[in-house]
Ligand binder design. Structure first.
Ligand code: ZN
Length: 296
């Protein structure tokens, strides 16, 4: 089946996945492409199970379907519709609202919303590829009344720290995280998981960054300037994110998931990666993601 597809048109997608069975076969091949391993006892030998595409462990007799232990297990709609949701999310660079998915697929909006969040969960950074070289870091307020507006309180606004990796004339990568406050502790947590310790980091003069020079020896502080004019690339990236967010979402709920969605796509925009394939494979590696976890 090693037929690669860069970015499928809707026609190609429909040809590739005409029914539930074709989706199940795809997951079957994904799940066991490196061989069988029993999640119960670790045995690597199997025989055919009681149904097509179900394998049985020869040691503990456990039956394992391609979807078991993944977000695709026991979804309340067809596997084909689940694949369509992943397809629409992966091909709409502006993101897609759950109301639109609901209309396209004839599913309840809440059902689409919840499955969409399972897909977004798979867009989280693995943390395996830290940014390096020339890096800029800054915080910004998202949602509610933004900076500059005095006298109004909006509890829904959130503080986000962003980091960009600069390459040539532009930005090669972007990461962001919702933080409780702009203390050194919060900033350090984010920076240690996303930035290499020897990166050349530029931040503004905020006192919270000063203690981090112990962790990042090439951290330099510079006056940010009016509207961040000394950090043009970073501020362009932040503005890009905010306008994307405003395009489909008018609130800052689940902000981290939306940051993950945006940066996942942003960081792959120059790579020849098939986002649909990449997402399915990430979703197969993650365990179930129940509603309770999404709303927290
Ligand atoms: Zn077993």
């Amino acid at each position: 089946m090693e037929q690669r597809f860069e970015s499928l048109t809707i026609f190609e997608f429909q040809e590739r996945f005409p029914d539930d069975k074709s989706c199940l076969i795809y997951l079957y091949e994904q799940k066991w492409k490196n061989g069988f391993i029993c999640p119960g006892c670790g045995n690597t030998r199997y025989c055919k199970g009681n149904k097509e595409y179900i394998l049985q462990c020869t040691k503990c007799n456990r039956l394992i379907s391609p979807t078991s232990g993944t977000v695709f297990h026991q979804v309340k709609f067809s596997l084909l519709k689940a694949f369509y949701i992943v397809y629409y999310i992966s091909t709409n660079s502006k993101g897609i609202a759950s109301t639109e998915l609901s209309r396209k697929l004839g599913l309840r909006q809440k059902t689409c919303w919840s499955f969409k969040h399972k897909v977004m969960n798979a867009m989280q950074s693995s943390g395996n590829f830290k940014i390096s070289g020339k890096v800029e870091v800054d915080e910004t307020v998202v949602g509610g009344q933004e900076e500059g507006v005095v006298g109004r309180k909006n509890n829904k606004k959130k503080l986000v720290v962003f980091a960009v990796e600069r390459k040539g004339k532009g930005i090669s990568r972007l990461y962001g995280k919702v933080i409780k406050n702009s203390s050194s502790k919060e900033l350090r947590k984010f920076m240690q998981t996303t930035i290499e310790p020897d990166a050349e980091i530029k931040t503004d003069k905020w006192a919270g960054y000063a203690p981090l020079k112990k962790d990042f020896k090439n951290l330099h502080q510079e006056v940010s300037g009016k509207k961040g004019k000394n950090f043009p690339d970073l501020h362009r990236a932040i503005m890009g994110f905010k306008s994307w967010l405003r395009g489909i979402h008018h609130h800052a709920n689940h902000l981290q998931a939306y940051i993950d969605e945006y940066t996942y796509r942003f960081n792959r925009s120059n790579m020849k990666v098939n986002l649909f394939e990449n997402l399915i494979s990430r979703m197969m590696k993650l365990g179930p993601y129940p509603y309770k976890m999404i709303i927290n």
